[in-house]
Each structure stands twice: as structure tokens, then as C-alpha cells.
Design a protein around this ligand. Structure first.
Ligand code: HEM
Ligand SMILES: *[C@@H]1O[C@H](CO)[C@@H](O)[C@H](O)[C@H]1NC(C)=O
Length: 475
């Protein structure tokens, strides 16, 4: 017995040095002049430092991995993540440089395992002309004129629909409610689904199961989250496919994305399906967590809450016939200036999208370092947003800092350059209008302590349970 253990340890020991030797002498390590590569260590060949990079941590911090690496190596370092040699950047200037040089020096490069679940025609995977084309469709769909003319009205009625469902409740899960609100809104914009229809709820359940697969390990085995997600993906696509068939046989004109892309006629059915699924994904998950974070930060900052409520009372009171539940118009929205500060501050401190995946298309020199062609490049936004040399007291929720325009210099919650999020304005209106009605009707506090964690999607472990206090109308 003892000798077997000894033998096994010995073999493991030898294997360790053999693998290390092969790794150190492999071409990736040798090809470049290592002097000019950023500092850092590559970790184990296969996994590299991925698991410690992805370790769950508080969303309002950059996490131990980033903190330790930055203090050891500086804001630009090399490592081995997601199966590739990688340069990680917590440097505000390099991050902007990467985003602005999309398609020239760098290119979007998400892990190929994600394509199985999101689809090969996802906007995260397409590049070049196809990306330009899909992007223009997404931009048209969420254009500013549309937002003003009818999406604002839709957002308003969905927000009220959610708040009305709280009428007899004292406790709600802010996270679950925010997810329903943004899902219903996107489902309505994309394919005219109404929140009270049973099919919408069915779609939502399937969609949540699909979502879990995006971040789970891509193991297509019985019983895995990934397998269930693939099944949900197929179910959702089947529903969408049926909708497309119904529409091509009828003359009813729907004013939604599905009809727009079908009439446009340039995309194949497969491409349309992936695009729609992706907009549902991109537009729902992010804004729901942003709204949940705003509710969380406001509960912990009575001063911000007071200022926010007085802004929204002001907007209602200046009307000729003040009514609490009337739809804010575009001018009202533009007057929600402190609200915009709250939204920016929420995105800065909460960091919904922590980083984006890129690769270097050629050897790139920056601040004396070389980023070799073919390497993965990760601009990490949260490390900049929480950097005390960029923001004073970065851990504090302080919306007033946004009254100083300089706060925006290195602020990239929506990415930037040719891949800047196409939903920026939509997301902001969604959050602002929901907060408008929320602060006019309710005060709230956390039921139990709960914190946003990074999994790497930001999520509240307990769903952010809040206790509601209905305000009386002349408050
Ligand atoms: C607070 C909410 C949101 C945040 C923080 C957010 C963040 C981001 C980020 C960081 C990117 C860049 C990804 C990259 O460069 O690789 C992105 C892209 C994108 N977002 Fe958003 N987003 C939000 C809401 C929305 C909404 C409401 C929509 C509407 C459907 C949307 C649609 C998209 C699309 C289509 C892209 C891909 C753009 C392209 O590749 O050209 N997002 N988003
Ligand atoms: C919020 O941040 C954006 C950059 O994403 C900036 O353009 C805008 O001016 C900021 N808003 C406020 C109110 O500071």
C-alpha cells in the first residue's frame, strides 16, 4: 500500500517537471523577446490562471486575482487565461486604445465554447462586414427617434405593470422583479409578446435556463446545466421559428424587430434566430442587474435617495395636472439629471460587464511593452472604475462625483469604439423610468444582508429581498 502511494507521488513529481519543461520550451514561450513582454506568470499550461481569475468575489471590488497581480506586476501583465496566453490590462489608456482599435490592431474574440450556446451568428462572434450589417440593424431597432416616439411609452407601462403587481406585497426580490421587467420589455420590443400571455412566461423560464448555460462549463453530458441550456436554446428557437412562419403567412404588420429583419430580407433564418436570441440576451441580463444594483446602492445611501426623490417629485409637480402615474415625456426624461448620475455611479461601482474578450491581430507596442500577435487581450473595466488614482474614494457610492465631467474620461461600462453597446440609451431610459415610478411610490430597505457577487455575471446570492413602504400620495 505504502509503496503504491510512494510510486504515485514519484510519478506525479516527475510528470510535473516534464510538463513544466515542455511548457517553458514551447514555441509560444520562445518566439518572442521575453524582455519586452509585460511581466507576469503563465500558470499551468491547460488551465493557466483561469480558475483563480474567475473565482467569485464582491462586485464592488476588482477581486483578489486582479488586486494581487496589479500589486505584483503593475496594471499591464501577462498570464494564461481561457486556454490562451493573455495580456490583462487594468490600464485606463490601454483599455481605451484597445477599444478604439477594434478591427485594426485588435478583434473581438470570445471563447469558442460560448458559440455553441449563443450561436455562431451571435454579434459577439461575427466580425468584419457581417458585424457591421448586424450592428446597423441593432442600431436602427433602438434608434433615438424610436425611443422618443414609442419605446418610452412602452417602458413606462411595463414599469407600472411591475409596480402594480407589488400592490399587496411587503417583501419582493428586487432581482427577480427586475429580471421580469427587462425580459418582458425586450420580448415586447423584439417580437410583440405581452407580459400577461402564458407563452411569454414559458419563454422566460426557458430563457433563464438558457442563460445559465452561457457561463457554465461547456460539458454536453446528461444532467449538466449546459445540456439543459442547449435544450432550452432549441425550444426557444422553435418558438421563434413558428412565429416567423406565422408572420410570413399573414398580413398583420407588427412594429417589432422580428418583422423589421424579416422585411429587410438580407439575413437567413439561422442568422435572424441568432440575432434575436442575442439581443434578448444582451439587452435583458445586463439592464436587469444594473437596475437591481441601483436599488441596492440607493438602500444604503439615504442622501442619494432623498435627492433622487426630490428630482422626480419636481418633474411631476411642474405639470399642469400633476399625476403620479402619467408617462414622463422626453423633456421630463432629459430633466432627470441626478438620476443619470445615479445610473453612472451604479455602473461604475457595480460593474455589470467586467471585461471584454479581444485578441491582438498583429504585434502591438504600448507603453514599452509588446503584445504579440495572436495573444488574447483582456481590458478589465472594473479595475479602472475602482482605481483610487482615477476616482476619489472609489468604494463609496457617491452620485455627485458625476457633476464633474472629468469622471467620464476612463469610464467604459458599455465598452467603446466600433463595438460600443448599441443599447446604451435604451438601458438608461429603462432604469431611469423604473426608478421614477419606484421612488414616487415606495421607500425600501434590505430585509437581510445581501451583496452582489461576480460569477462572472453579477448576481445577488439571495435575490436582494427588499421591504417596501408605500408612500402616501402627497409625500
Ligand atoms: C446596463 C446595461 C448594459 C450594459 C452594462 C451593456 C454593456 C455592453 C458592453 C460592455 C458591450 C461591449 C461588448 C464588447 O465590446 O465585446 C455591449 C455590447 C452590446 N450590447 Fe450592451 N449593455 C447593456 C444593455 C444593452 C441593451 C439594453 C441592449 C439592447 C438590446 C444591448 C445590446 C448590445 C449589443 C447588440 C451589443 C453588441 C454590439 C456590437 O458588437 O457591435 N445592451 N454591451
Ligand atoms: C455618464 O457617463 C457617460 C459615459 O458613459 C458620460 O458621457 C455622461 O456624461 C455621464 N453622465 C453624467 C450625468 O455625468
Amino acid at each position: 500500500m505504502e509503496s503504491t502511494i510512494l510510486m504515485t507521488s514519484f510519478v506525479a513529481f516527475v510528470l510535473f517537471f516534464v510538463i513544466r519543461h515542455i511548457w517553458r520550451s514551447n514555441p509560444i514561450g520562445r518566439r518572442h523577446n521575453t524582455q519586452r513582454l509585460p511581466p507576469g506568470r503563465m500558470g499551468w499550461p491547460l488551465l493557466g490562471e483561469t480558475s483563480s481569475y474567475l473565482k467569485p468575489h464582491l462586485a464592488t471590488t476588482p477581486g483578489r486575482f486582479m488586486e494581487q497581480h496589479i500589486s505584483r506586476y503593475g496594471k499591464i501583465f501577462k498570464t494564461h487565461l481561457f486556454g490562451h496566453p493573455t495580456v490583462v490590462s487594468a490600464d485606463p489608456e490601454l483599455n481605451n486604445f484597445i477599444l478604439q482599435n477594434e478591427g485594426r490592431l485588435f478583434e473581438c474574440n470570445y471563447p469558442s465554447s460560448m458559440a455553441g450556446i449563443l450561436g455562431q451568428w451571435s454579434m459577439l462572434f461575427v466580425v468584419g462586414d457581417m458585424h457591421k450589417h448586424m450592428r446597423s440593424i441593432a442600431l436602427k431597432f433602438m434608434s433615438n427617434t424610436k425611443l422618443r416616439s414609442h419605446i418610452l411609452q412602452e417602458i413606462h407601462s411595463h414599469a407600472l405593470y411591475t409596480l402594480k403587481s407589488w400592490r399587496d406585497k411587503q417583501l419582493v426580490s428586487a432581482q427577480a422583479e427586475a429580471k421580469k421587467y427587462t425580459f418582458n420589455l425586450m420580448a415586447r420590443q423584439i417580437m410583440s409578446c405581452n407580459p400577461w400571455e402564458p407563452q411569454t412566461e414559458y419563454l422566460m423560464r426557458e430563457y433563464f435556463s438558457f442563460m445559465k448555460g452561457v457561463v457554465s462549463a461547456p460539458l454536453n453530458l446528461p444532467g449538466t446545466t449546459y445540456r439543459r441550456a442547449l435544450k432550452s436554446r432549441a425550444t426557444i428557437l422553435e418558438i421563434l421559428r413558428k412565429k416567423m412562419e406565422e408572420r410570413s403567412e399573414s398580413d398583420i404588420n407588427h412594429e417589432d424587430l422580428l418583422s423589421t429583419v424579416m422585411e429587410e430580407g438580407s439575413l437567413s433564418t439561422e442568422q435572424i434566430l441568432d440575432l434575436i436570441l442575442n439581443l434578448l440576451f444582451a439587452g435583458h441580463e445586463t439592464s436587469s442587474i444594473a437596475l437591481t444594483l441601483a436599488i441596492y446602492f440607493l438602500a444604503g445611501s439615504p442622501e442619494s435617495m432623498k435627492r433622487l426623490r426630490s428630482e422626480h417629485l419636481g418633474i411631476v409637480r411642474v405639470k399642469e395636472r400633476p399625476e403620479m402615474d402619467s408617462c414622463p415625456n422626453w423633456e421630463d426624461y432629459k430633466r432627470m439629471q441626478f438620476t443619470q448620475c445615479v445610473i453612472n455611479e451604479t455602473l461604475r461601482l457595480g460593474n455589470v460587464v467586467r471585461f471584454v474578450h479581444r485578441k491582438a491581430l498583429q504585434n502591438v507596442q504600448f507603453k514599452g511593452f509588446e503584445i504579440p500577435a495572436g495573444w488574447k487581450v483582456l481590458p478589465v473595466f472594473d479595475a479602472v472604475h475602482l482605481d483610487s488614482t482615477v476616482y476619489e474614494n472609489p468604494m463609496e457610492f457617491y452620485p455627485w462625483r458625476w457633476q464633474n465631467v472629468e469622471s467620464g474620461t476612463y469610464f467604459t461600462p458599455f465598452g467603446g469604439g466600433p463595438r460600443l453597446c448599441t443599447g446604451v440609451e435604451l438601458a438608461k431610459v429603462e432604469i431611469a423610468v423604473f426608478l421614477h415610478h419606484l421612488v414616487l411610490h415606495y421607500g425600501w430597505e434590505l430585509v437581510e444582508s445581501d451583496v452582489p457577487l461576480v460569477f462572472p455575471f453579477v448576481e445577488f446570492e439571495k435575490g436582494l429581498q427588499i421591504r417596501l413602504h408605500l408612500l402616501d400620495d402627497n409625500n
